[in-house]
Structures are given as C-alpha cells and as structure tokens.
Design a protein around this ligand. Sequence first.
Ligand SMILES: [Zn+2]
Length: 430
Amino acid sequence: MRRANFLHPCVRMKTSRLRARQIIFAFGLAVLVLGGKRPAVATAVACDSGPGYIVQWGDTLALIARRFGSTHTALAALNGISNPNRILAGQSITLPGGEDCAQSGGAAATHVVRRGETLWRIAAHYGSSVSAFAGTNRLSNPELIYVGQRLSIPGAVASAPAAAGEIFAALHLSTANPEQGRTLSLSLPVAIITNISGTLGAGEILFFSEGEHYYGLVGVDALAVPGSVQLSLHANDGGGASYHYARTLTVVDGSYSYEDIVLSASVTDLLSDPTVTANERQLLADTVSPVTVARYWQGHFQRPAGGGITSDFGTRRSYNGGGYNSYHGGVDFSAQGGTAVRAPAPGRVVLAQRLHVRGNVIIIDHGLGVYSALLHQEQIYVGVGDTVTAGQHIGEIGATGLVTGPHLHWEMYLGGLRVDPMQWTQVALP
Ligand SMILES: [Zn+2]
C-alpha cells in the first residue's frame, strides 16, 4: 500500500500532532525522553502494519540509530530518507528487522509508548504481562522502551479501522485550482489520525498540527505546466491502520508578466562562471532545506520595505534576447539606499553575510520549512542565531552584489521551493 513512487525523491516525512503548547516546549527540550539513563543497545520490532518508532521532539536519526543498535545510514536507507537532517517529530521510522513486518499489513493492535510509561504499566493496562509484551515485540531488555516506540499488544486484534472517506470527509483545501508559484494550504481535523503525509505532484506537503487540526502547506513551482496535478495523502491512526486519499487538482497560470533584461558582457561572464554562482546557490539551498519543528509566525506576513514594487515574483525573464525560460524568484522593492529593511515575520536568523552575487543577505527561518531571504542590503544589523520579531529593523536597503541600483529583493522559500511572498502578506497561511 505504500506509494513511494508518488513521493518526492528527496524525503519522506510524516508529522505529528504539534500542539501550540508543545511547540513552545520544543524550543528547550533536551534530546532524550526516557528517564535519564543512557541506554545500552535495545532491539525493538513492532510486528504489525506500522513501523517501529515514532520520532520524538529533539530526536536525530543518529540518536535513534544508537538507541536501537543501528546506524543513521542504515536507517536512512531503510526508510528512504535522503537527507538525515530532515526528520520530524511524529514521523514513523522502520527499524532494522521490522521491514518484513511492515509489509505484512497485519492488523494487530499497537500501543505507542507515552511519556512516563513503563512496560509493566502498559502490560497491566492491557491485562497482559511484561514477558508477553517482551516476547511479542522481541524486546531484549524490558526496561528499555522509548516514548514514541510502537508496541504490538499481545493477542490483540485491532478493531475495524474507520473508512478513508470518513477520515478525509472534512479535508479543506484553500483552493482546488492552485496557481503557479503560489502556496496551497490544507486542513484536516486530527480525529483519530496520529500522523499524516502527502504530496502535490512531485512536491512534498509539510504538515504540522495545532489545536484539533492538521495543517499542510505546499508550494507550486512557478514554472509548473498548467493542468492536472495529483494530490495524495496518507494517514495512520493509533491502531496502525492506514488511510489514503487521492484527488486531481488543476494548476492554473499565475498571470505573470514578462521582462527583458540586458546584462553587460562582464556581468554575463561572471554569471556564467560556475565557480562564482554555484557555491552561492548551494549555500542558499542548504540554508533553507531544514524543516524546523516549530512555527514562529502567526497570521499575515508584512512587507519588509515600504517602497513601491518594481518587479513582481514570477515575472518571466529573457536575458539578452534569449527565451523567457527563467523567472524572477523574489519581489523587488525600490527605495533609496539606507531605507529600513524590516523582518516580514518572526523567526530566527540562519544566515547574515556578504555574498558575491546577492550582496549582503539575511535569511530568516520562520519555522516549518518557511524562510525569507532579503538581498542586496547596505547594512545588516542581525547575526546568525538572533531571533527577530515582525517589523524589527534588521538592515538597510542597498545596492550590494550584482545590481544596477538600490533595491530590496525578498525571496520566500517553502520546503526549499521559491514561492510568491506577496500572497503571504495578503492571506494568513495556513
Ligand atoms: Zn529581484
């Protein structure tokens, strides 16, 4: 039933119930969740339809691997994780030895270990014994269980799972016709679901939960071909049953305008020199790829500068008479040098430095895979690690990098994809 072929090749991710209270807690949470003792190696395999471990706050793949006597490369390979830095609380991790079970689709009921529980208490709750639990779950040491670990309940059979139609009946999409370059949001009541993941075309939907809902965000590529695109969702309940949903949406044209750019020979030479551009591009891509398990913003984003807009996001661009096969990846605000640059939303500064092409750049992590990049500044007043508030004066507009005059270029990234920032100032997402 796994539809790995529909998933984005970079990463598979499932998110958890991310209640607001827990988000705040997550900032300061230490790594291990089990009562203090540094565990020896444990083996645990939940032989049901679900994999063996649910990622907890503060976990890394390396820590999970060490806990279960594996390596992060083995877990990454087993779970199809191409970037081991991108795992999220709530994500299911199959443990070595669990893959055969995971394919079986069996319907044994499972228990996900919660904070403060012991195997004795769990066994008592189900009227079972520690040895039965240890045997069923192949636990070599019954004292070593972990918050998030899935345990098969000995002798239990799951009650009939709900129908997928019931689970997804209250699914809400911001639009069934997402536009090129713009963000689609989804919401779904948590109900009995313990995790959810999904894709829109090749794009992974970033899910989180607050209150009684899951929320999802996904961007449409600015150059996506208008027409049909498949929305696929996968959810699981606490009993290990899985639910699938598919629907065809229609990508519509983003109504972008066209621009002809003439570059001097010297600039063209510089931009065609990969040693100048590739490192910088890679630095940006690496900076905006982690998905922070917290949301720092609420409601609308603000414009980072007061001046008029001289070039919209998505504008199709032709360079020196060539085809219109690239686009403007941000919004340009014109203003005199020295005009204030303000943070568009709260977040944490993850890059603040001078780059050759982009000049003085600040990148702010707004959480949940959403980032702002503010380019070509004359001065930058914040450093990496600083937290910023919406509207905070963080720099001055300038003409640093490869530009012809002072302006601020604002880019927004969602799951590594550039999306139209102005949409985020007009509607509250999600
Ligand atoms: Zn620009």
